[in-house]
Design a protein around this ligand. Structure first.
Ligand code: DGY
Length: 433
């Protein structure tokens, strides 16, 4: 196990670029929001200064309105599409003057990442001092979400692009694509020169992705226009879980710091409303799990994915709801011939075990489920998630995503997407503690 840990550390050190980390070489050559958060958790175990710098750089990209972008383009490179020239963040009057970025965000992990850094730290006083210096930026980011991404004042925030979800090409989005008919774009893909096309989204899917960005750009990335016009407007259980978990972390950390009663009060208000609406609106009683809601077309998206189980991580479900989630997970995703946890329902005809978020196992979701299951006392299943995560990495390497079918591991080539992928390394280090 020590060998695996050392390898994980060398992956992180290799992807470190003097102030931030790339998710992996070539395929993702910039800084990504939620990747950075998970990476900081890994670094916190053996190099706290790098963990702190990773977060500082991420927060330094914050816009004037509190928004934090999903990609920060620190360098010029033509190995990634769509790059800064397509996204044109400077169209927004709110954008950072210092960094070029995208005009969309990613799951807001920063709050709980700060708390994890504190949990891991061997010098709690110094780490709390660091947190004190950055925490208001994270609070400001949450304020941005609740004031700009919740048009009906429900306590649930929307995402306006599949890339904001983090689960980029999930089959759930097929339901949205069927409501759209974007023009055919002419562009050169870069991802498929680094990774086999069978493991990546299709050209037609990219047309949809680019079209939504063009609509936002035509309105200078103004939130009120996006809410009015974006064909993609979704309340995502994973995204809102990350925000709710981070709310709680901010409450806990502000309590430790002291003298922040107003912010604690505001966070508690957001939190109470969010958890109530989450359970009322996103829990599907017939399926027994949490699902996504399509706010643009006013309809639930009734599919089961690993995101459906993620609310365990933020203590959102009741005991009964948690039991239901675990039942569905074990029945559909957890047979003996499967590694936990496929990213999409393996019994669905939309399941594809090799294609990015259409089925493969992802280490960050496993990490979320591991802690979520432990929260609710499902210790054995949590241990199984941990064991499965270690096993797929040992067998395949530090890949971006993995086949969930055990049988396939006899034939090799079961790690997909980018290799030496930072968060697979970072979160393995954390799970091995
Ligand atoms: C990609 O390029 O596929 C990224 O995941 C977008 O965030």
């Amino acid at each position: 196990m020590e060998k695996l840990q050392n390898k994980a550390k060398s992956v992180l050190n290799k992807n470190w670029k003097d102030g931030f980390s790339v998710p992996c070489a070539n395929l993702y050559p910039f800084q990504w929001f939620w990747d950075s958060g998970f990476i900081a958790i890994g670094f916190a175990h053996f190099d706290m200064p790098k963990a702190e710098k990773e977060i500082e750089t991420l927060l330094d990209s914050q816009w004037d309105n509190g928004f934090i972008p999903h990609i920060i383009f620190h360098t010029e490179t033509d190995s990634y599409f769509p790059g800064p020239d397509f996204h044109q963040s400077d169209l927004s009057s709110q954008a950072s003057k210092k960094y070029k970025s995208t005009g969309m965000t990613q799951p807001p992990v920063t709050g709980f990442v700060l708390q994890d850094m504190y949990r891991i730290s061997k010098d709690k006083k110094a780490t709390l001092k660091f947190i004190e210096g950055v925490i208001d930026k994270v609070y400001f980011n949450h304020k941005y979400f609740y004031e700009n991404r919740d048009p009906k004042n429900e306590g649930l925030v929307y995402i306006y692009h599949n890339w904001e979800s983090g689960t980029d090409n999930s089959p759930i989005w097929d339901d949205i694509w069927s409501t759209m008919d974007p023009p055919e774009y002419s562009f050169v893909r870069r991802d498929t020169s680094h990774v086999d096309a069978s493991q990546r989204p299709s050209k037609r899917e990219y047309d949809h992705y680019l079209h939504i960005i063009d609509i936002a750009k035509a309105h200078q990335y103004r939130d009120e226009k996006i809410a009015e016009l974006s064909p993609f407007l979704v309340q995502d259980p994973l995204f809102n879980t990350m925000l709710i978990k981070s709310n709680q972390s901010l409450i806990d950390l502000y309590q430790l710091i002291g003298n922040n009663e107003d912010k604690i009060q505001q966070l508690k208000e957001w939190q109470d409303k969010a958890i109530k609406s989450f359970n009322e609106k996103l829990f599907d009683k017939d399926l027994g799990v949490y699902i996504h809601y399509d706010l643009r077309n006013e309809k639930p998206l009734r599919h089961i994915s690993s995101s459906s189980f993620s609310p365990l991580f933020a203590n959102i479900p009741s005991k009964e709801q948690a039991a239901s989630l675990v039942n569905v997970m074990m029945e559909k995703f957890g047979n003996d011939d499967q590694y936990l946890c496929a990213s999409f329902d393996p019994t669905s005809e939309r399941f594809n075990p090799k294609k990015y978020w259409r089925g493969p196992v992802w280490v960050n979701l496993n990490w979320i489920l591991y802690y979520g299951l432990k929260n609710y006392g499902y210790v054995d299943i949590a241990q199984r998630v941990k064991k499965d995560t270690i096993e797929i990495i040992e067998k395949a390497g530090f890949y971006e995503y993995f086949d969930s079918r055990k049988e396939e591991y006899k034939n090799g080539n079961t790690g997909y997407g980018g290799n030496d992928f930072s968060w697979s390394a970072a979160l393995l280090i954390d799970m091995l503690q």
